[in-house]
Ligand binder design. Structure first.
Ligand code: MLT
Length: 243
């Protein structure tokens, strides 16, 4: 008897390359370690009812008003004008966010999520070091094809998202066919950087951007594994905790 073929796993290192991958027949993991998908994990872990990802600031303001929800997000790393909160995981502790709806718009993370939906993705989850185990467990259990989608920075490849993709590949690889050089590269990067992740990410462009705003604490939080270990899934227009 033939053993059934394993599902495939690909890593897409920039939204500009998303059209090369079959997102319709896969679970798409949207990855934006600094900081959108880390913030999403934090808010849901701390009891947010749902997070509505929106691709424009104006859209977020209007929807926030309509729903009486919290509006949040950034452009170029800074809280965007007209929104109530920023894109920091530390801004959403339990006592503030429990039971609330967050309308979130960010430069790259929510943009990639909308691109994946436009390209026909039907199963979208979000991943970051904060929920590494929840993501890996889900991918292995589901037995479906996977596209690890890095939000990057305005289409330019970034290290922190590729690093997280590498962490996922190294954990789940025996369950998938990994015939993808981007995945191999990400895994190699992770095996090199995992020894001293903090000093490694300090070399990245987004570290420099965010540290100029005094956001080092955010980034330390964002590279800590499993500190908000929930699985955010996109369902009926919002990210909610997978049940
Ligand atoms: C993004 O979506 O590009 C980011 O989350 C930017 C940030 O706030 O660090």
């Amino acid at each position: 008897m033939n053993t059934p073929a394993k599902p495939t796993l690909f890593t897409c290192v920039s939204p500009a390359l998303l059209h090369l991958y079959d997102v319709q027949d896969a679970i798409v993991v949207v990855i934006d370690v600094f900081r959108a998908t880390s913030t999403i994990a934090a808010a849901l872990y701390n009891g947010a009812e749902k997070i509505i990802p929106v691709d424009s600031v104006q859209g977020a303001i209007e929807l926030g008003e309509e729903l009486g929800a919290i509006t949040a997000g950034e452009r170029d790393g800074k809280i965007a004008e007209g929104l109530q909160h920023g894109n920091s995981p530390l801004e959403y502790p339990r006592e503030f966010i429990t039971g609330k709806t967050l309308v979130l718009t960010t430069t790259n993370g929510t943009r990639l999520l909308h691109m994946a939906l436009k390209n026909g993705a039907t199963e979208v989850i979000t991943g970051s070091f904060a929920n590494l185990s929840a993501v890996c467990d889900h991918l292995v259990k589901s037995g479906k094809n996977v596209v690890l989608g890095c939000a990057a920075w305005k289409d330019r490849v970034n290290m922190e998202d590729t690093l997280f993709a590498g962490a996922v590949v190294s954990r789940v690889r025996q369950h998938f066919q990994v015939f993808c050089d981007a995945s191999l590269g990400a895994e190699t990067l992770y095996s090199h950087a995992r020894i001293d992740t903090w000093n490694f990410v300090k070399k990245t462009t987004h570290y420099h951007r965010l540290s100029a705003y005094g956001l080092e604490k955010d980034m330390q939080w964002c590279i800590s594994a499993d500190i908000a270990n929930v699985l955010p899934v996109y369902r009926d227009g919002a990210l909610v905790v997978h049940s």
